[in-house]
Design a binder for this molecule. Structure first.
Ligand SMILES: [Ca+2]
Length: 379
């Protein structure tokens, strides 16, 4: 009997030990408020300084919220919930003087999700360019007759009479803005309408990203562990993690400067960065300015005291100002125009397309109507 009792004790001890090990969590789990199911999806932890190897760590989807005391309110009067993943960025912005309560509130509105997409895309682009042999282009040169004096290549499908008509209609709908900008900056309506069409289809396509989360996520991403989905796409990356980290830190610094400029721009003009669309790397408005370009080149086209790059008058004036400041003059050779347009976007195809579309627009019968009321130089 004693032997049976002893064997039973040993068996119980074994079961409890197995239980201990099997209950040791491989992933931390949490239950979201209002959600009865435990969340176990792995997320990237935003603590690059503490990480030295490529790994994805699991953290709860809803971290505890850090209470931020803004400087503009006496202690105890205002506490803003700031998600933990943005705390490092918030502290840095605060040190740089951007500690307004509205900014903390905007980060709180983003939740705790740092997107790996902006930095992941950039690293993939840089890595591919540096380490993946490029394949020869298979595109067939366009050899159809060229009805313009502008050299090819052009973006395919952009230089047509139908699109030129869209550009002309846009000019006529906003004639006052275009003529005012031309009188100040010497850039023709045809060129700026073509540029805004190529950039954003006159505001019809402003990008699918969000300005604040794009730049804040990129600024927060300094370690390869933060872009696991993109590292999987890069052959041989395990041998080049130091290179990836160096590039991420460079781009993170760049994004931080852009983020600061974005926040200052939104504060100065009472705009909301949380709902502001942008391109994949943070360019905003009809004219697709990076935020650091705004204080240097953006202009208040309709003199209402606000610079809103999502409004036509301000986008037209700002794009014209940018070109003029980079050397555009009303009378320039085509080669000189191409040179200036490449300061906007360093691509010959980009510059050629804008000029060819502008030329086609200027040849439409209705274009002269724009100048019927005033004797202005035609394109
Ligand atoms: Ca304005």
């Amino acid at each position: 009997m004693k032997e049976i009792y002893k064997a039973g004790l040993i068996l119980l001890l074994c079961i409890s030990l197995v239980g201990c090990f099997s209950n040791r969590p491989r992933e931390r789990t949490t239950v979201l408020p209002g959600n009865s199911q435990a969340q176990t999806q792995p997320q990237t932890q935003i603590n690059p300084q503490a990480q030295t190897q490529l790994q994805t760590q699991t953290i709860p989807q809803t971290q505890s919220r850090v209470q931020v005391q803004t400087h503009s309110q006496p202690a105890g009067q205002m506490n803003l919930g700031l998600p933990e993943n943005w705390l490092y960025l918030w502290n840095r912005l605060t040190a740089d003087g951007l500690n307004q309560p509205g900014i903390a509130h905007n980060f709180a509105r983003l939740g705790n999700a740092v997107s790996q997409d902006p930095m992941g895309r950039k690293v993939r682009e840089l890595y591919t360019s540096a380490f993946i042999p490029s394949t020869p282009s298979t595109s067939v040169p366009d050899t159809s007759p060229n009805p313009t004096p502008i050299p090819r290549p052009w973006y395919r499908g952009f230089v047509t009479e139908a699109i030129a008509q869209i550009c002309l209609d846009f000019i006529l709908d906003h004639a006052e803005s275009f003529l005012k900008a031309e009188s100040i900056y010497g850039v023709s309506p045809a060129v700026i309408s073509a540029l805004l069409y190529v950039e954003t289809k006159h505001g019809g396509y402003l990008g699918e990203q969000n300005a604040l989360i794009t730049l804040a996520s990129m600024a927060s991403s300094t370690h390869p562990s933060q872009i696991p989905d993109y590292l999987k796409q890069l052959p041989g990356v395990e041998r080049r993690l130091d290179w990836v980290e160096e590039k991420m830190q460079e781009r993170s610094e760049w994004a931080y400067k852009e983020l600061k400029a974005l926040l200052n721009y939104c504060l100065a003009n009472n705009l909301d960065p949380v709902v502001m669309p942008c391109s994949i790397y943070g360019a905003i408005g009809l004219c697709q300015f990076m935020p650091t370009n705004i204080p240097v080149y953006a202009a208040d086209g309709n003199s209402d005291g606000v610079i809103d790059l999502f409004s036509v008058p301000d986008a037209v004036a700002s794009a014209c100002n940018y070109l003029q400041r980079h050397g555009w003059r009303a009378t320039m050779s085509i080669d000189e125009q191409i040179r200036v347009l490449r300061r906007y976007n360093n691509s010959a195809t980009y510059a050629n397309t804008i000029l060819a579309l502008a030329y086609t627009t200027s040849q439409l019968p209705g274009y002269a109507d724009l100048y019927a009321r005033a004797s202005r130089p035609n394109y």
